[in-house]
Structures are given as structure tokens and as C-alpha cells.
Design a protein around this ligand. Structure first.
Ligand code: SAJ
Length: 417
């Protein structure tokens, strides 16, 4: 049985791509939610019922729950019955996880606790991170304990998010969730809280297994994409169309190869496998190699473009898509964004026309270059000598193919085959 503590007021620490949707669905489920963010502009946007980034279906829910007074945002961590920590976990130089944001969230929570609170870590993190979060809090407040069912108990748990950017509002409610408690009682409380908004199965385990399960899911995908990317490199050298090759092989009932591309981006799949590598460097050869294969892809794309550009005095390259994947505006850890930047740097006599229908302005490092412009699709196609397709955004699917006839086309996503 779950410990008898209330779960009415929830504070979500970190109102980014995961924290804000989580706060919104909890508020929609009737909880009083107080979001916390370090950025005043995010806090102001949310309190005005708007959202600081694009995610299908999010803005209408945020507007609704803010208007009902169920969701508010602030800079200070408040007192609450439950806390959900949803802050970044980047990696440091040697691919070790940087837990400083989690530690700082924990330090902000500690002074507010009165006993009986549930503290959930949502951020993807290496094995042992939930324990570390608990340690920071218990060191700051030694009068409390992680032992359950006492007047001075605190409940620590890990509930890794698994939603797909672009489908967050659907997957947040429908996906099964892994709930890893530091104690079985903490897991039960965490399950009770998430049952308020999640229709998927709530699978209970311990914190360390939950941490590893999340990393495993993303490493699985990374390894499988690396297989496709390695095939694309080999096929290219053999003069074989990799897209046809994969399509044919996938007709086998037990083969399901993913799609190659210009590299793997985003803040999850390109990052999380390193946490497994850093937890066990000796026995993580496959996972590390997959990362290396995927990370090698952008340079191969750049070399291909440079080779083609060589015959032009002033080459113009249309770089189609700089988001990290199709139909989103998220440019974080995006291989195509880096490719566009490197091309601009290396094509000193050339011009890079970036086409990104999901953003209004170029990121700073591209905007700062004289030879990079944000262009409309039709203008870029007309001016380009080389058309480099990097992201399979919908508008790129529908272009008139005759516009490509006179151009050198490098299609890293197999969109126009
Ligand atoms: N990609 C390919 N080929 C493919 C599939 C993807 O090159 O066949 C590339 C994409 O273009 C992108 C990158 O991989 O650059 C990652 O895209 P994705 O759609 O595979 O995944 P993310 O990063 O948007 O979200 C993943 C999801 N994890 C899994 O599917 C196992 C999501 O469920 C997680 O919640 C999310 O990571 C996360 O936050 O960890």
C-alpha cells in the first residue's frame, strides 16, 4: 500500500521540452502545479498562457490550465507535496554525465521539505543519479530519512520520460512508464502520482534499473541507426542505392533496418548511450562504436559536398533543413546545423542558403557568417548549384522535381529517390 501522504500540489523543476508538458498534463489532471525555471522569459511566457517553444498541442493545454489557475510558473522553488525534477543532464569532456543541474535542483528543494514529500527525477541520467539526488537532499536536511513510513520520511524515485518530440502531448499520456523507486513505497507513491495523467501501464522497479532502462532504449535505437548509417557508407562506396537495399532487406520477416541520414541528433539518442559507456568503459564496445559511426556521418556528408563544390568558382549550396529531425523546430545537437556551419566555414568563396521552414531566424553561429542566409525554399532552389537535403521536413517532400534537374543533388535522407 502507498504511504498515506497527499499528492495535491506538485512542483515541476525545469520547464523545458519535457518539464512543461509534464506540468501541463498534471494540471489538466486536477493537480495544482507550480513550475520552476531559471529563465525569467520562460516564466513570463507560461504565466501569460503561452509556450516558449513549438510542440504540437501544448500551447492550448497550457493556456487552459493557466487560465484555470491550475498551473503557474516562478523562479523560486516552492513548498509542494511532490517534486518532479526535469532538468538537463549534458555530458562533460570525457562523456561523463554532468549532474550539476540535478544537484542544484535538489539543493533548491531541500529547504522547503517538511517530511512525507515525493521527489521524482525525470531527467535521463546515468545509473546512480537518483541516489545522488537523494544524497544531496539528505546531506542538506539530515533530520530526514529515505526509510519509508516514518514522520520524517522522504520518498525518492526515478520516472524517466520516453516521449518523442513532435508527439509529446500524445505519448506523455499514452506511453507505458517505468517507475523506479529508491524504496518500494517511493515507487508506489510515484505510481499514484503518474496514474493521475498516464493511461499507459506503470511498470514498477528499482531506481537503478529504471535509469538503465531509459539509457538502454535510446542506445538500442542508436545502435540500429548506426547499422543503417554504416550500410549507407558501404553502399555508397559500392555504387549501391542504400534505400533500395534496405527496402529489399526489410521484406524479410525478421529484418527491420532503420533509415540512414546525415548523423544522429537531438539531446537524447546522441547523448544517452555515452552514459552507459561511461558507467562501464570496458564492456561497452558495441554501444561506443555505434556512437562513433553515427558521429562520423556529418563529416562524410561535408566531404561529399566539398568534392562537388570544387568545380565551381563561387558555389552556392542550398542546405535544406537544420532541425535535428523532421517537422520540428528543435536545433539542439543537430548534425545538419553543424554541417551547414562547417560548409560555410570551408567554402570561403561560396554561399550557403539555409532553408528551415520551422524557424524565423538563424542560430547565432550561422547568422554571424557573411556567407550564410536564411532563404525561402523556392529562392534557394533557384539560386543553388548544389542542393543538399538533410532533413525530411514535409514541405521538402512536395517540391517540383523539375526544379532539381539542372542541380547537383545530395539527398542524405533518400527523400527524392
Ligand atoms: N534518425 C535516423 N534514422 C532513423 C531514425 C532516427 O537517422 O531511422 C535520427 C533522427 O533524424 C534524429 C535522431 O536519429 O537526428 C533521433 O531521432 P529519433 O526520432 O529517433 O528520437 P528522438 O531523439 O526524437 O527521441 C528519442 C526517443 N527514443 C526512442 O525512440 C528509443 C524518445 O522516445 C525518447 O523519449 C527521447 O529520445 C528521449 O527524450 O530520450
Amino acid at each position: 500500500m502507498s504511504p498515506n501522504v497527499p499528492l495535491d500540489t506538485v512542483s515541476v523543476i525545469g520547464l523545458g521540452y519535457i518539464g512543461l508538458p509534464t506540468a501541463a498534463v498534471l494540471a489538466q489532471a486536477g493537480k495544482t502545479v507550480i513550475g520552476v525555471d531559471v529563465k525569467q522569459t520562460n516564466v513570463d511566457a507560461i504565466n501569460a498562457g503561452t509556450v516558449p517553444f513549438v510542440e504540437e498541442g501544448l500551447e492550448s493545454v497550457v493556456a487552459g490550465v493557466v487560465a484555470q489557475g491550475k498551473l503557474s510558473a516562478q523562479l523560486e522553488t516552492p513548498k509542494a507535496d511532490a517534486y518532479i525534477v526535469s532538468v538537463p543532464t549534458p555530458f562533460k569532456g570525457d562523456h561523463d554525465a554532468d549532474l550539476s543541474y540535478i544537484e542544484s535542483a535538489a539543493s533548491g528543494i531541500a529547504p522547503k521539505l517538511t517530511g512525507g514529500e515525493l521527489i521524482v527525477l525525470e531527467s535521463t541520467a546515468p545509473p546512480g543519479a537518483t541516489e545522488r539526488m537523494a544524497e544531496v537532499i539528505l546531506e542538506a536536511r539530515p533530520e530526514f530519512t529515505g526509510e519509508p513510513n516514518l514522520p520524517n520520511s522522504l520518498y525518492f524515485s526515478h520516472a524517466p520520460e520516453r516521449v518523442l518530440p513532435g508527439r509529446i502531448m500524445i505519448e506523455m499520456v499514452d506511453n507505458d512508464r517505468i517507475i523506479g523507486g529508491m524504496t518500494p513505497e517511493a515507487a508506489e507513491l510515484n505510481r499514484d502520482l503518474y496514474a493521475s495523467f498516464c493511461r499507459g501501464e506503470l511498470l514498477v522497479t528499482d531506481a537503478k534499473t529504471a535509469e538503465m532502462a531509459k539509457l538502454t532504449e535510446n542506445a538500442f535505437r542508436d545502435v540500429n541507426i548506426a547499422f543503417a548509417n554504416e550500410l549507407s557508407i558501404i553502399a555508397d562506396r559500392q555504387g549501391i542505392d542504400v534505400w533500395e537495399l534496405i527496402e529489399l532487406a526489410n521484406h524479410h520477416p525478421r529484418v527491420n533496418i532503420l533509415q540512414p541520414g546525415p548523423g544522429v541528433g537531438g539531446h537524447c539518442i546522441a547523448v544517452d548511450p555515452w552514459f552507459i559507456v561511461s558507467a562501464d568503459r570496458q564492456f561497452s564496445n558495441l554501444i561506443r562504436t555505434a556512437r562513433e559511426v553515427n558521429d562520423s556521418k556529418p563529416e562524410l556528408v561535408i566531404e561529399k559536398v566539398l568534392e562537388k563544390a570544387d568545380k565551381f568558382k563561387h558555389p552556392t549550396v542550398a542546405a535544406l533543413g537544420i532541425a535535428f529531425k523532421a517537422n520540428i523546430d528543435d536545433l539542439r545537437e543537430s548534425p545538419s546545423r553543424n554541417i551547414a556551419g562547417s560548409l560555410a566555414e570551408r567554402l570561403t568563396d561560396g554561399t550557403v542558403l539555409v532553408v528551415e521552414p520551422n524557424v524565423d531566424e538563424l542560430p547565432q553561429e550561422l547568422a554571424a557568417r557573411d556567407n550564410v542566409e536564411l532563404a525561402e525554399l523556392d529562392v534557394a532552389l533557384e539560386r543553388a548549384d548544389i542542393v543538399l537535403l538533410m532533413v525530411d521536413h514535409d514541405p521538402f517532400k512536395e517540391i517540383d522535381r523539375t526544379l532539381l534537374q539542372e542541380k547537383i543533388v545530395i539527398d542524405t535522407k533518400g527523400l527524392w529517390r
